[in-house]
Design a protein around this ligand. Structure first.
Ligand code: ADP
Ligand code: UVW
Ligand code: MG
Length: 396
């Protein structure tokens, strides 16, 4: 029998999972990993074994939701693991997007904690309900395993007040209405790995996590000092189906003059906007890049334009920029998007090496570039497993 930790990461368009052996300390690579991809559209389960070899792909019903996809994953897992009883899972580590002000460290799940985290569902409707449903499903399926939650917000919790406060009356700020930031598990992983990739890890680094949800984080000596997402995951960059930052006056106008109520606004801002809303074609960057439709080009142009502007903003927060790191589904795989963004950062001293970018090499800037530009594949799964193992007192 093998001993391990399972991780579950429910994103807005995917459920990622990984199984790590813990027999000789936490394994560097998972014994089994994969993802259910394309939630809301064409859904499939793709997985890899210990050697990185692909297992046969499983198609799931088109349009299947997060809960049914998770149930399908949990039915599929035992045989993929090598049969019932082949693994003893000591703990399941979950990504939970919103931890609010109190949850700034990974924690073991208790009924009280779950109730407290429920309160954040309205602040992350694409994630939090699915994150907590995952915790409940795994707790029911594996009652003997510890359930551990790791928060996207935690990594940003030490930011200075000036980076976190809105220009709101103090009483509202004091009641918790402030910027929290997300994708922190990914940024923490990048911050930890950065010294292996560059001698500039202690300097001023902007990390671009570009996936279906997308944000930027400014790192100073490996610590988060500013980020583009705020109180919710709506702020900052244009995303798959989310607006990114928007004049709050637009919301008031839609509410007062166009007859939209809170539910309609929520749907508009979270589900119908971003790349999908602008293109009218798809939220998926692959589809847009392959399309010849002018509306697809306009959506891509807006995505890149806003990323370039926000990189400038974070570089200002850092007082300069030594390195720019790309990660996430788009950041790691879409060379055309990286090209456009880096070219838009020429004024900051970034120069792309076109060939390295095409090959998706680790370093994609020229030797002369003032800003070192890197692609570092993020690994939220390993970071969650690492926190889970540490919390259980296991060797990492
Ligand atoms: N080869 C690729 N080229 C362009 N975009 C890609 C590629 N592979 C994945 N993507 C994009 O990455 C996004 C999903 O990123 P990911 O980080 O996995 O999402 P999630 O936010 O669900 O965690 C999608 O928009 C997808 O189109
Ligand atoms: C916070 C967030 O947007 O996460 P994801 O990119 O996984 O949707
Ligand atoms: Mg994600």
């Amino acid at each position: 029998m093998r001993h391990g930790i399972l991780t579950i990461n429910a994103g807005s368009s995917s459920i990622k999972f990984a199984l790590f052996d813990t027999a000789g300390g936490l394994a560097k690579r998972p014994a089994l990993s994969g993802q259910i991809d394309g939630l809301g559209a064409e859904v499939s389960l793709k997985a890899r074994d210990e050697d990185g070899a692909h297992l046969p792909e499983l198609s799931l019903a088109p349009g299947i939701d997060h809960e049914d996809a998770l149930a399908a994953l949990l039915r599929w897992l035992p045989q993929a693991e090598g049969g019932e009883g082949h693994w003893q899972i000591a703990a399941v580590g979950h990504r939970v997007v919103h931890g609010g002000e109190v949850c700034t460290e990974p924690a073991r799940v208790t009924p009280e904690l779950l109730t407290a985290l429920e309160a954040f569902c309205p602040l992350a409707p694409l994630h939090q309900p699915h994150n907590l449903a995952g915790v409940r499903a795994l707790a029911a399926l594996m009652p003997e395993a510890s359930q551990v939650v790791c928060f996207d917000t935690a990594f940003h919790s030490q930011q200075a007040a000036v980076a976190r406060d809105f220009g709101l009356p103090r009483a509202l700020t004091d009641s918790g209405i402030k910027r929290y930031g997300f994708h922190g598990i990914s940024y923490e992983f990048i911050a930890r790995r950065l010294p292996q990739y560059t001698t500039r890890a202690e300097g001023r680094v902007v990390v671009a996590h570009l996936g279906n949800g997308a944000s930027l984080c400014a790192l100073q000596a490996g610590q988060s000092v500013a980020t583009t997402m705020g109180f919710t995951v709506l702020d900052g960059l244009v995303m798959g189906t989310r607006t990114g930052n928007i004049d709050p006056g637009v919301i008031l106008y839609l509410l007062e003059s166009r007859g939209l109520d809170a539910a309609a606004l929520t749907h508009l801002l979270y589900h119908e906007s971003g790349l999908l809303g602008v293109s009218g074609i798809s939220q998926d960057m692959r589809t847009l890049l392959a399309s010849e439709h002018p509306a697809a080009s306009e959506a891509i142009e807006l995505f890149c334009y806003r990323a370039i502007r926000e990189i400038g903003s974070l570089a200002a927060a850092l007082g300069g920029i030594d390195a720019l790191v790309f990660c996430g589904g788009i950041g790691e795989h879409a060379g055309e998007i990286r090209r456009r963004i880096v070219e838009g950062c020429a004024w900051l001293g970034a120069t792309l090496d076109a060939d390295s970018n095409r090959r998706a090499a680790t370093r994609i800037s020229t030797a002369e570039s003032h800003v070192e530009v890197l692609i570092i594949p993020t690994d939220e799964e390993w970071m969650i497993a690492c926190h889970t193992a540490e919390l259980l007192g296991m060797r990492v």
